[in-house]
Design a protein around this ligand. Sequence first.
Ligand code: FA5
Length: 369
Amino acid sequence: MPAVNGPATDADLDTLLADIDAARSQGLAAIAAALSTDELAQVESGLFGRKSALGPIKQALGSLAPDQRAGVGRALNEAQQELRTAHAQASDELAAVARREQLQREWLDLTETPPGPERGHLHLVTQTTERLEDVFVGMGFTVSEGPQAETDWYNFEALNLPAAHPARSMWDTLYLDLGERTELGDGEGGEASNVLLRTHTSPVQIRVMEVQPPPIYTICPGRVFRRDTADASHMPVFHQLEGLVVDRGISFADLAGTLEEFTSAYFGRSISSRLRPSYFPFTEPSAEFDITCVICEGAGCQTCQRTGWIELGGCGMVHPNVLTNCGIDFEEWTGFAFGFGIDRLALMRHGIDDLRDMYSNDIRFLSQF
Ligand code: FA5
């Protein structure tokens, strides 16, 4: 391109216009040759700006006479505009291609059912619950269910835990704010502040005894909620299985025998159970029930802290106040109840170290069971 100093000759102007045309053609060719957005970005600095092929022509424009400047300026603007349009169009097309390729790469066929061991199955906790139900149904129990959102009455008061009872602190409770609503869906009582996520499955006992006259032989498996921080043996949402028997002449020996029968049916004959005195407001007398450590089979190991036993849950004879709250005559009927954590039971049975693993949704962990 010629250096133009002072009024340009016709030859100078022809050279400038030819340079503009050449820069335009080269620019369009470079745009067309770019095969990806990255390549187009590299081409960009050669098309626009001071270092572009048109940059020096723009600078030369200032030294032209006004009537000469108009013609060259128009040609320059048209060339720039054409390059911008071609660049924007190529940029859109290449971005669309890149997006199509990415979608192709990341495409997952969610309808596909992989063959063989890759097939999905029930979660370990569901499997465990179903197995436990089978064992108890085989022993003559029915299966009962209740709501997960409960009233204070069912979760505490009917279970002999009045508002000021110190044992309420055993269950860190999550209360529900129902706003304007003051009733649960089924129309049963419960001020908004009295509605909570059940902290145990024991309220299902009350619901069963309210509607079913004795004899009662039932289990109540289900999800429960506590304000516990998740750690290796605690979850804020976990599962319990409650057992309830009410009949004439039921004694503590029946409770012990039922738990022993269940333990060997579920864990095998090498595992047995024992009862230790404890306290629950809704049972009297109350006990904790332990089973032989499933890891060392009673020899003593780290899991059972060398005792040979691990705690499974709580149990006892149904408190007369609880029977009375459900309209059952405690002079005529007696009963026992027990409750244990399903998640911890699955943990013990399968030798899992950490409860949180069961809820991490890691397919490598879940596919083992
Ligand atoms: C109760 O909840 C009583 N309702 C059990 C009961 C029923 C006693 C009937 C007497 C008669 P407890 O708070 O101990 O008891 O809980 C029972 C079991 O739930 C525990 O033994 C444990 O296995 C399990 N558990 C408790 N908290 C958690 C938690 N945060 N994460 C996982 N499992 C838990």
